[in-house]
Design a protein around this ligand. Structure first.
Ligand SMILES: Cc1cc2nc3c(=O)[nH]c(=O)nc-3n(C[C@H](O)[C@H](O)[C@H](O)COP(=O)(O)OP(=O)(O)OC[C@H]3O[C@@H](n4cnc5c(N)ncnc54)[C@H](O)[C@@H]3O)c2cc1C
Length: 342
């Protein structure tokens, strides 16, 4: 395992749908679990799906690296096995920034995705406050209510709230996906505006969480993993649960990319293009329609990475639930080409 900072502690707050996680993930690594998170579009919806928030430090510590040789370095180049096999064993290899080249039976590229203006990103700005200060619901998966001061013609953002410990909650203003995504400074202003309108004046001493990462740009491939391997859901930004769930299969050398998963990946990419093409004021209406889908279809769309029939059913039902003016935009958007991959 090669990483420039193998001992770096993770600091982001990660959450996931409980049913996406493999059995070996222990409940001990959860900071909180909520059975019915809430979404707000034009009305309040309770989602019948358990949502868990990780205790990031415990999650990291639980991922056992014993048996792995850890090399503190940067990968400069990954070379495929040469085609002129000749004699001897022809292996892929990794050239390290410090000079040496290491041969390996298999090389898995998990280097993440470099930021690029060509790639849509998710951004968010959040603060952690005492639970006592927050009288709203402690788990809001998405709250699109228009009390954040944004004008209707501006790209929208939503409030995301989760408990992060027994006595604190994370309140985060999130731009789901944008090319470019909303600047964190704008999200900060909107968060402050929204919280003020709900009775909380921030003091400026709260712990801050900043989010910015590409939601596209990975490539489905058996030699790639994590964001680099297209495990990020392009329309939601989630990837952590998928990485945990698929890790054993990848380690065993089996594929996580059957034809069904590749087809779902293409449909999800079309879903992102649709989201990016929607006029800002229509985004809440899009999610209004999304949350009318059956729990089964919502789950298929959000998590069924190799469930092709489920994804098609969900997307068809979503399309049918949308007003005509939005459908027309979506039809145009999904025909657009995809951005270049790394
Ligand atoms: C604040 C925040 C909150 C988030 N919340 C959630 C959430 O709730 N749920 C969720 O599913 N996702 C969430 N995400 C997204 C999630 O963090 C990413 O999708 C995920 O980290 C991708 O993991 P990865 O390991 O593939 O890539 P990265 O996290 O980008 O890691 C890449 C690794 O590769 C190493 N590396 C890079 N280049 C080289 C090189 N040349 N040689 C060797 N090593 C290299 C880096 O040091 C790093 O360790 C959040 C992101 C942020 C920033």
């Amino acid at each position: 395992m090669i990483d420039p900072q193998p001992e770096r502690r993770w600091t982001a707050t990660y959450a996931a749908w409980a049913d996406e996680l493999p059995e070996w993930v222990s409940e001990r690594v959860f900071a909180a679990a909520v059975d019915n998170p809430v979404a707000w579009t034009s009305h309040r919806v309770e989602l019948a799906r358990r949502y868990v928030v990780f205790d990031t430090a415990n999650l990291q510590d639980s991922l056992d690296l014993s048996g792995a040789r850890i090399i503190r370095d940067r990968v400069a180049e990954i070379d495929a096995p040469s085609r002129s096999t000749g004699h001897g064993i022809d292996l892929p290899s990794v050239r390290l920034a410090s000079g040496p080249t290491l041969p390996a039976g298999r090389v898995i590229d998990a280097r993440g995705i470099a930021r690029s203006p060509a790639l849509a990103e998710q951004t968010a700005y959040g603060v952690i406050v005492d639970r006592a200060r927050w009288t709203g619901e402690d788990t809001l998966f998405m709250d699109w209510r228009p009390d954040n001061g944004a004008k209707p013609e501006e790209p929208p953002s939503f409030l995301y709230t989760i408990p992060v410990s027994a006595d604190s909650v994370l309140l985060e203003e999130t731009c789901l996906a944008g090319r470019p995504a909303l600047d964190p400074a704008v999200l900060r202003e909107r968060l402050e505006h929204r919280l003020r309108s709900r009775g909380i004046d921030l003091t400026g001493t709260e712990q801050v969480e900043r989010v910015r990462f590409p939601v596209q740009g990975g490539r489905p491939h058996d030699r790639r993993f994590g964001a680099a391997g297209a495990l990020t859901h392009p329309a939601t930004g989630y990837s952590v649960a998928t990485a945990l769930r698929t890790a054993d299969t990848v380690a065993a050398g089996d594929t996580i990319w059957p034809a069904s998963a590749r087809a779902v990946h293409a449909l999800r990419a079309a879903g992102l293009r649709a989201l990016l093409a929607l006029p800002p004021h229509e985004i809440p209406a899009f999610f209004d329609a999304f949350f009318t889908l059956s729990p089964h279809s919502q789950r298929a769309y959000l998590s069924g990475r190799d469930d092709l029939p489920g994804t098609i059913t969900a997307m068809t039902a979503l399309f049918a639930a949308l007003p005509w003016r939005i459908r027309r935009t979506l039809v145009g958007a999904v025909a657009l080409p995809q951005p270049a991959r790394r």
